[in-house]
Design a binder for this molecule. Structure first.
Ligand code: NAD
Length: 247
């Protein structure tokens, strides 16, 4: 799908990978709705970007926001799920077991949030006039290498494993509407999520990459999202984006 004038819903677009995605989409002439808990520090293009304060774990808020995007721009063509949270804790230590409220919240935001945003976007995409190959919409979800490697949080690993696991099933379910679905598993990216780590921790993460020996940049993530939107043969795929990192 070409991106010019396409209407894109991006979650978590006020920071990090979501911000990199929005910058890339706006550069290609797309219109973007950014669903995040907080507004971006520096909006890039107030005419092209609509910020909506939405908690992706709240289904009623998600449904209403996506309906409002369709009403404002006339359609929904693309959905990119970037909203996510991580907080590490061991399953068991001297203080007790992993906080169950944190487990539920992580799954609610990272997995349930992703699913309800994509489903409500698909509801609108199905109404689009079909393009080449019958295409009506594109969905990109953000999982993590934690879906298959280790993580500092079992809740995070489980939530991201869920995002990768639903990819093929959702792609099959939505194929009859001409909607493609792919998931990206980033490795170590230079965003707020890792921003607070001590320098020696960051160096240890970077040491796990094969080449180049650095964190990934949000604009590189945005480039990959644009490719997945443009390339119609990319469907039902789970893509590692990690410079060869293994944890
Ligand atoms: P980030 O913290 O920079 O950005 C996350 C954004 O999501 C923030 O703007 C935040 O406000 C928003 N958000 C959080 N909870 C929300 C909610 N309930 N509703 C709506 N918005 C919410 O993090 P990031 O590094 O850009 O992460 C983006 C995605 O990439 C996440 O899903 C994360 O798990 C995944 N990821 C990141 C890395 C990394 O190295 N940074 C690696 C693998 C996967």
């Amino acid at each position: 799908m070409d991106m010019k004038d396409r209407v894109c819903v991006v979650t978590g677009g006020s920071s990090g990978l979501g911000r990199g995605t929005i910058e890339a989409l706006l550069a290609q002439g797309a219109k973007v709705a950014n669903l995040d808990l907080r507004p971006p520090e520096h909006p890039i293009d107030e005419a092209g970007e609509l910020f909506m304060a939405v908690d992706v774990s709240d289904e009623a808020a998600v449904a209403a926001a996506i309906d409002a995007v369709a009403a404002r721009f006339g359609a929904v063509h693309v959905c990119v799920n970037c909203a996510g949270i991580v907080r590490g804790a061991p399953v068991l230590d001297d203080d007790g077991i992993f906080p169950m409220a944190l487990f539920r919240r992580t799954v609610d935001v990272n997995l349930t949030g992703t699913f309800q945003v994509l489903a409500h976007c698909a509801r609108h995409m199905a109404r689009n006039a079909p393009g080449p190959d019958g295409e009506r919409g594109v969905i990109v979800n953000t999982a993590s290498i934690a879906a298959v490697d280790a993580s500092s949080s079992a809740a995070y690993a489980a939530s991201k494993g869920g995002v990768t696991s639903l990819t093929l099933t959702v792609a099959r379910d939505l194929a009859r509407f001409g909607i493609r679905v792919n998931a990206i598993c980033p490795g170590f990216m230079d965003t707020e999520m890792f921003g607070g780590l001590p320098a020696d921790w960051t160096a240890a993460l970077v040491a796990k990459t094969v080449f180049p020996k650095r964190l990934g940049h949000p604009d590189e993530f945005g480039q990959l999202v644009c490719h997945l939107i443009e390339n119609r043969f990319m469907n039902a795929s789970i893509i590692r984006f990690d410079a060869g990192s293994r944890v």
